[in-house]
Design a protein around this ligand. Structure first.
Ligand code: HEM
Length: 237
């Protein structure tokens, strides 16, 4: 194993986790007002709606697949009676479907931004970098799922990439597990670590601000200008 392998697989994950945690604390304490999606809905809403919906639906499905495929060990699913063949079939179908939704949503959102001069103006350098990393994640993830797992016959990442990733959180990362994996899996993980480092400084922080209070708070009452004065005058008569 080379020194670069040690740096990439045993040091970088901890740098990424530290930047992710400390970066979020810093952003929360210093930029409450900027902690938003920086929505561009006011500039264009029709094309946004379709892209955002597909992208997020795909993302949540992909997230579910990652939890199942990476955080749940193969031994657990085997004990539950799920053979490797069964797992492989479900993961390829579900992974391809959810990844495609996310990809189509992403392409729509990128096309929308590129096509409109006003949207291009409000796009920051951090937005661009976030989009590049998301694009790399989706392309490498889809290549792994469709190229390696569906077309090329199958690669069992649950014996290499998945245990490697879990071991990072158990403070015993083993680079030799992941250096065996096809390059597309390695690129996927490195781009993921870079994305986690960018996360706290980007609009992705909105992911932690699900507006659950919307469900229970009272309605906001909008009145016409002068409406309050008229209501006060009425109450006097
Ligand atoms: C660094 C942590 C991550 C690891 C270890 C990881 C690992 C994997 C693996 C092993 C696959 C291939 C599954 C297969 O061959 O069937 C995959 C697919 C995929 N990943 Fe990731 N991933 C990570 C983070 C992410 C993130 C942050 C995103 C997007 C924001 C993402 C998006 C995708 C997509 C779109 C696919 C293809 C669809 C699917 O199989 O669900 N991944 N990932």
């Amino acid at each position: 194993m080379t020194r670069l392998d040690t740096l990439l697989w045993e040091v970088l994950p901890y740098v990424a986790i530290t930047v992710f945690v400390v970066g979020h604390i810093w952003r929360y304490r210093t930029d409450q007002v900027g902690w938003t999606t920086r929505s561009s809905q006011l500039l264009e809403s029709r094309r946004l709606r379709a892209g955002v919906l597909l992208f997020h639906l795909g993302f949540f499905a992909v997230l579910g697949g990652h939890v199942l495929g990476i955080l749940v060990p193969e031994s657990v699913t085997e004990r539950a009676g799920v053979t490797e063949d069964m797992y492989h079939a479900v993961s390829v179908v579900a992974g391809t479907g959810s990844g495609t939704l996310m990809l189509v949503g992403f392409v729509l959102l990128m096309a929308r931004r590129g096509a409109d001069a006003r949207l291009r103006t409000v796009t920051t350098r951090t937005d661009k970098l976030t989009s590049v990393l998301l694009g790399v994640m989706i392309i490498t993830g889809m290549y792994a799922t469709v190229g390696e797992n569906l077309i090329a016959g199958g690669y069992n990442y649950r014996e290499t990439v998945a245990p490697y990733f879990r071991d990072v959180f158990l403070l015993r990362p083993d680079a030799s597990l992941v250096t065996e994996a096809p390059i597309v899996y390695r690129l996927h993980v490195i781009a993921g670590l870079l994305l986690y480092m960018l996360w706290p400084f980007s609009r992705l922080v909105h992911a932690w601000s699900v507006p659950v209070k919307y469900l229970t708070r009272s309605n906001i009452l909008y009145r016409r200008r002068g409406g309050a004065a008229r209501a006060a005058a009425r109450s006097l008569t």
